[in-house]
Design a protein around this ligand. Structure first.
Ligand SMILES: C[S@@+](CC[C@H](N)C(=O)[O-])C[C@H]1O[C@@H](n2cnc3c(N)ncnc32)[C@H](O)[C@@H]1O
Length: 208
């Protein structure tokens, strides 16, 4: 399934958003053949395992216009690119320490005409800017991650939940969660999506 899978869960897409999501298939096939950002066996499940998975964050919070979001270790643009399509009035800063991954992000964002993305080759530890939310998937354990980003989130925000970290995680998290603040909240993605891929998937929300 392609863009129909996204429409199944986000039925209010504009024509432009639909076009942008639909364009991702060819764009990622093209770029992934040159620079590996998605495992080869996953490219046929791009819409489920990468795009819809990224958009789960949009089920937990609908970013209001002007929200500033950092995607740490974005790789080929996940979750940042699907979220930037879904929330065209929010600003996304996508960073990764590897330049060729940022090249893919830049090319995809340009081809889609996304103007709310800034992609940068940078280690997150070197950033001096602050944001409303930090999003991420598959970068590192929560404890070192929080050490990197805790002071990069500003207190004041206008969203339905307080500013913080929204981390896409899978598998058994008990040990990892025991290492971080007990203020976290866990969202089970089976609440939103029925595909078996999401059976073990969660979003961990750590407010500022
Ligand atoms: C497994 S990939 C995940 C990519 C993407 N988030 C996804 O889910 O498809 C982890 C990425 O984190 C990046 N990364 C690891 N440590 C980083 C750091 N300290 N600062 C910025 N990027 C980092 C790596 O270069 C790599 O591209």
């Amino acid at each position: 399934m392609g863009v129909e899978l996204i429409e199944k869960y986000f039925p209010k897409l504009t024509a432009r958003q639909r076009e942008q999501f639909a364009a991702l298939d060819e764009l990622y096939r093209h770029w992934n053949a040159q620079i590996n950002v998605i495992s080869r066996q996953d490219i046929d499940s791009l819409y489920e395992k990468h795009i819809l998975h990224s958009l789960a964050i949009g089920k937990v919070v609908q970013f209001v216009p002007g929200t500033e979001i950092l995607d740490v270790g974005t790789g080929g643009g996940f979750p940042g690119i699907p979220l930037a399509i879904l929330f065209p009035l929010s600003d996304f800063h996508l960073v990764d320490s590897i330049g060729k991954k940022i090249k893919v992000v830049t090319e995809v964002a340009q081809a889609l005409g996304l103007t709310n993305i800034r992609a940068e080759q940078q280690r997150v530890e070197q950033l001096n800017t602050t944001y409303d939310f930090v999003v991420s998937r598959a970068v590192t354990r929560l404890k070192p991650f929080m050490g990197w980003v805790r002071y990069k989130i500003h207190k004041k925000g206008n969203n339905e939940i307080p500013n913080g970290v929204l981390y896409l995680k899978g598998g058994d998290l008990a040990e990892e969660l025991a290492e971080v603040s007990d203020k976290y909240k866990m969202f089970d993605l089976t609440e939103y999506f029925e595909e078996p891929f999401f059976d073990t998937k969660k979003i961990i929300y750590l407010p500022k």
